[in-house]
Design a binder for this molecule. Structure first.
Ligand SMILES: [Zn+2]
Length: 355
């Protein structure tokens, strides 16, 4: 029968080689139970010491205790090794190079028409105008009748209309508003002067599209009504608008125009932003933006027709007012040099990313 010392040697060799094979926590635990557990091989040797003679018990006891400590240390070391290997594997899998450049995040921004609309509204707000909105589906009465455009009026041809399939008293009476002007009447019906409002919104025309016309566009309408308002107030307000939106160097002039709801009516022109009023480009070619005239029309305006003031119950002898309407896409085209209004609504990032 081999001596206990020999058995201890054998235990050490077997334990160390088996420990080196252990690959995970479960194997380590199995190993611990096999050698150091309550019924482990080394534990059994330690228990057997009691039956040995004193001299031998000392020798074998010292060796057994050394081995117990050594195996405990070996277990801890193997545990640490496995843990490190595990971490290395995790790092390899999710390798992170902090020196790589970051991924750029796509950043949204406002559509050029929205930017222009906001700038225009801000300009008038700072002059004391209040922003008011109204419905896009409108009654004939507000869109036409109350603005001095009865059914048989030839001026209806100025606004090719998209009608809603709805009849009242045998006649079509509901439509997609062709301008934001109905809100002049709506607002005046509910308020007393002084009035200073700007009305932004989409308007719709039953029209074929071309580079300067679309079937839908954004308009901003303005209205001021008070005692003693004159054409000078209109010109001063719009001159300030031109200065803020197109810069201080632009020349402007008013020419006579016709709208059923204003009298007198005027168009506002500024010198062409592309050819600087020359009518020709630098290379001698004619400027297509202003059709070689050097001037471009920016908006329509005029003094509110007294009949409209009277229709909403105002004293037309006492109050006067001015109004204007402009297409925001047109302002944006002039501002950014965009040549086709339809580009704004094609959602093409190649265009939109430039603003
Ligand atoms: Zn021009």
């Amino acid at each position: 029968m081999p001596s206990l010392l020999e058995e201890l040697k054998e235990i050490e060799v077997a334990a160390r080689s088996q420990l080196a094979e252990a690959r995970d926590d479960a194997a380590l635990e199995e190993w611990r139970i096999a050698y150091l557990g309550r019924r482990g091989r080394l534990t059994l040797v330690l228990r057997a010491l009691a039956s040995l003679p004193l001299e031998e018990r000392r020798k074998v006891g010292a060796e057994a205790n050394r081995l117990k400590e050594a195996l405990g240390a070996a277990l801890a070391q193997r545990q640490a090794q496995l843990e490190e290997a595990r971490l290395t594997a995790v790092m390899e899998r999710g390798r992170l190079d902090v020196t790589l450049p970051g991924r750029p995040r796509a950043q949204g921004r406002l559509h050029p028409v929205t930017q222009t609309l906001r700038d225009v509204l801000h300009c008038f707000e700072s002059m004391g105008f209040q922003v008011v909105e109204g419905p896009e589906v409108e009654w004939d009465r507000y869109n036409f009748e109350a603005l001095r455009i009865p059914r048989d009026h030839p001026a209806r041809d100025m606004w090719a209309t998209l009608w809603v399939d709805y009849e009242k008293d045998g006649e079509r009476s509901m439509l997609l508003r062709t301008h934001t002007s109905p809100n002049q009447v709506r607002y005046m019906e509910g308020h007393q002067p002084p009035i200073r409002i700007v009305v932004p919104g989409r308007v719709y025309r039953f029209e074929a599209t071309d580079p300067i016309h679309d079937w839908m566009h954004t308009q901003v309408e303005g209205l001021a009504v008070d005692e003693g308002i004159s054409m000078a107030d209109l010109k001063g307000t719009l001159a300030e608008f031109v200065r803020r939106i197109f810069g201080a160097d632009r020349k402007m002039f008013f020419h006579c125009d016709y709208f059923p709801f204003t009298e007198p009516s005027m168009g506002l022109l500024i010198d062409c932003v592309v050819c600087n009023g020359e009518g020709r480009l630098r290379d001698g070619q004619g400027c297509s933006t202003c059709k070689e005239t050097g001037w471009i029309e920016v908006l329509g305006s005029g003094m509110v027709h007294p009949e409209i003031l009277a229709n909403v119950g105002y004293d037309a002898e006492r109050y006067t007012g001015f109004a204007w309407g402009m297409g925001i896409e047109r302002i944006a085209m002039l501002r950014y040099g965009v040549e086709d209004v339809r580009l704004f609504y094609q959602n093409d990032l190649r265009l939109l990313e430039q603003f």
